[in-house]
Structures are given as C-alpha cells and as structure tokens.
Design a protein around this ligand. Structure first.
Ligand SMILES: C[S@@+](CC[C@H](N)C(=O)[O-])C[C@H]1O[C@@H](n2cnc3c(N)ncnc32)[C@H](O)[C@@H]1O
Ligand SMILES: [Zn+2]
Length: 400
C-alpha cells in the first residue's frame, strides 16, 4: 500500500443510484469516482480498506469490481448502513413476504389514524392525510395535504384547511397510549443537540407527535418479530430512514437535516408514517430497489468473515466497529489499497446527528470520547482533532 497521486483524468459525473439512497448519511463520496480509483490502483481479488467508511460506498464499489473490502467506522450506525448496503445477494421474495405480513397486520389500523372526515369531493373515495402543516404562523388553522387514489385534485393532491372535526379527531388519537416501546433517551448536550433543546425538545420521543409515535411503535414491534436476521436488518434500515421524514424536523420547504444540523422550522409537517415507511421499503430509492441493484452487481461475491484470516481464505468482506486510531484486528502489511474520507473538522457532528437513529435501533452511544471531531462540548479543539487524525493515519500506515 502506498500514498498515490489522484487519478489525472476527470471522471464524468454519473447519476445517483439506488444502492446509495437506501439510507441518509452525510458526505457520501460519489460512487463513480471511488470506483475509478479502486479500478486504477488495485487488481481483482486485492484487499481495499476504508477505516472511516461512513455509509460504505468504498466497500460496495470494491465488491462490485471484485476486490475484497474491509470497512470500519467508530459509529455503529455507519457500520449498520454500510453492512446492509454491501450485503448480497438478498432474498427479495422473502423480504417482500415479510413486508406483506407487516402491511396486512398494520396498514389499515395505522391509516385509520390519518383518515379525514370528508372524502374526495369528486369521487367520494376516503381520504387520508399525506401530511398536515402545523406551526405558529398558521395560528391554529392547520393545512392538510391528501392524495386521492384516483388522481383527483391538483396533480392528484387535495390541499385544504383541516376541518375542526378533523382536528378534534387528531386530538382523540393523540390521547391514546403508545402501545409498544419507543426510545425516550435524553439528547446529550452538544453543538447540534442544543438547537433542539432551545426548542424544548430534550428527549428522542419529543421529536415526534403522539400519533406518529403510536404508528412507529407498532411498526417497530412487528419488525422485531422477523426471524431472519438479514431481512430484519433491512426492514430496520427502511424504518430508520423513515424516522427523519416523520419527525418534527421536516417542513414543506426543508428536508430534515439537509443542512447537516438538527434544525426545527417554526412551521413543520406531520407526515403519514405508513405512507413514508412503505415508500422507503418499496418505492423510488427504497430498500427493494437498492438491493435489486446490489444483487445484480455483487451477486454472490459478498462473503462475510469475522476475522482477517477469512479474507485470505476465500471470504471477501469484513466490517469493524472501532476507532481508526487502533485497528488491531488488521495485521500489518496486509492491505493493498486504502481509500478513505475522514471527518472534516467539526463541520458534521456524526455522533450527535446519528443519536436519533441509534436510540431507535438500540445501539451504543458509548464511543463519543474516540470520535475525531472539533466540538467544544466534547472538549475537542483543532489541536486534538489533528492529534487524533495523525494517530489514525499512523495506524493506517502499518498496513502498507
Ligand atoms: C466523512 S465521513 C465518511 C463518509 C463516507 N466516505 C461515505 O461515503 O459515506 C467520516 C466518518 O468518520 C467516522 N469517524 C469519526 N471518528 C472516527 C474514528 N475515531 N474512527 C473511525 N471512524 C470515525 C464518522 O463516524 C463518519 O462516518
Ligand atoms: Zn377522488
């Protein structure tokens, strides 16, 4: 392994693809650039390492081009996304069958919580809110956006003020108890989480309405019943990528966390949880599409191992969840090529921003001390960022 100069030709931009759209993450590298580097600097069967793997673009492109991949990230959420992005082949019939079970059990119950009093004025079909716009500037006159299944309204959307009886119905739903577990972890104090706290949001559940928490708890509870671990993880991937959309962080003009930040707009929207979950499983950029793509491109080349020896004996993929400053599971002089994209100072607070997902997925938060970042709340200034990053690079050099 050695430090190589960048490829000296421009890689023409290519389209986004479904495999990297299954779950939000920040600063994912363009897959077509990563692929060129891997093809240029390695041969088939060689081992590629990314010690700061994030959502796993490097590992997935390595596998597609028949190179072995070792992916590491300190944050368990990143390792979860990366592992599920790379896993192949996935039995999509089985995945669909599990989704149908959840749908049969829950869809109509959940949709009933979003049903509007007045049907479609043109065809009389029942209407369900797609989202409700709430917030102080509306002075209590909430707006509802619904979709008629027959396409009536403006481009199939019906937008009007929420009727008083519909608002009263929401209040009845909101007085119900949440049937199953939801996370109530207190957000740690931090650069990003303080924005939430200023808006009165101290715990993870407070980011959602009671109606949405009821729906989320029902779906999460059903997902836990899936026996096949791989299928359950993929369903959780779709669930976790539903969360930001159905939280109070979403507004009609701002995608949640698009500014790498927990930013609550004054006027926000309450999305329909079932619609969004189904969308993340089945529709555009959903898990089904993403896994169809990796099934086709990686096929059965993906073969996971728990230890490095496996890579020397026919296995092709290993994931680690530790600090890049100490990668003792990787032997010295064993890596052919390292492509990595470490944190950029404190510009994206990965620990804080993923707290919401990790709380729902019951993952550890106990790694904050080792995160390489700049953050006053963690007592990390530029000099400690530089020190930790240098330690990581020294560790990576051992594999040369
Ligand atoms: C810029 S992102 C990588 C994004 C990635 N290139 C992708 O395509 O998604 C940097 C990553 O470094 C991780 N990280 C921060 N401190 C770390 C450490 N000490 N060891 C390993 N990973 C760390 C963060 O969790 C984050 O996922
Ligand atoms: Zn209609």
């Amino acid at each position: 392994m050695s430090i190589k100069a960048p490829i000296d030709y421009a890689v023409p931009p290519q389209k986004d693809c479904a495999r990297y759209k299954m779950h939000k993450y920040w600063a994912a590298k363009p897959w077509y650039v990563v692929a060129e580097y891997i093809k240029h600097f390695t041969r088939e069967g060689e081992i590629v390492l990314d010690p700061f793997c994030g959502s796993g673009v490097v590992g997935c492109e390595a596998l597609i081009h028949r190179r072995k991949a070792v992916l590491n990230d300190l944050n368990p959420m990143a390792v979860f996304i990366a592992g599920n992005t790379c896993r192949s082949p996935v039995d999509l019939k089985k995945f669909d069958a599990e989704f149908i079970k959840i749908k049969t059990k829950l869809k109509s119950n959940i949709m009933d919580m979003y049903r509007l009093a007045e049907p479609c004025p043109e065809c009389g079909a029942p209407l369900y809110s797609k989202h409700v716009v709430r917030g102080p500037s509306l002075k209590g006159h909430w707006i509802v956006e619904a979709r008629c299944s027959k396409g009536h309204g403006r481009s199939g959307h019906i937008r009007r003020l929420l009727l008083p009886e519909e608002k009263a119905f929401i209040e009845t739903v909101e007085s119900r108890e949440i049937p199953y577990w939801v996370p109530q972890n207190t957000f740690p104090d931090g650069r990003e989480t303080m924005r939430l706290k200023k808006d009165g949001i101290n715990t993870v559940d407070q980011l959602f309405t009671q109606r949405n928490l009821i729906a989320l708890s029902l779906i999460y509870h059903e997902i836990q019943k899936i026996m096949d671990e791989n299928i359950r993880e993929l369903m959780l991937l779709a669930f976790s990528n539903t969360l930001l959309h159905v939280s109070k962080l979403k507004s009609e003009t701002l995608r949640p966390m698009s500014a790498n930040s927990y930013y609550c707009m004054d006027d926000w929207i309450e999305e329909n949880v079932w619609d969004r979950f189904e969308n993340r499983v089945k529709w555009h950029w959903g898990v089904c599409q993403g896994k169809e793509e990796t099934n086709r491109l990686i096929g059965d080349y993906f073969n996971q191992t728990e230890n490095f020896d496996g890579l020397l004996n026919g296995k092709t993929f290993m994931k680690l969840n530790t600090k890049a400053q100490n990668l003792s599971d990787i032997p010295d002089e064993s890596i052919d090529y390292c492509f990595t994209d470490p944190p950029y100072g404190g510009s994206i607070q990965y620990f804080e921003l993923t707290y919401l997902w990790r709380s729902w997925l019951d993952m550890s938060h106990e790694f904050i001390a080792d995160e390489i970042t700049v953050n006053d709340f963690q007592g990390k200034k530029e000099n400690s960022f530089e020190k930790m990053l240098t330690e990581a690079f020294c560790e990576i050099y051992k594999f040369e």
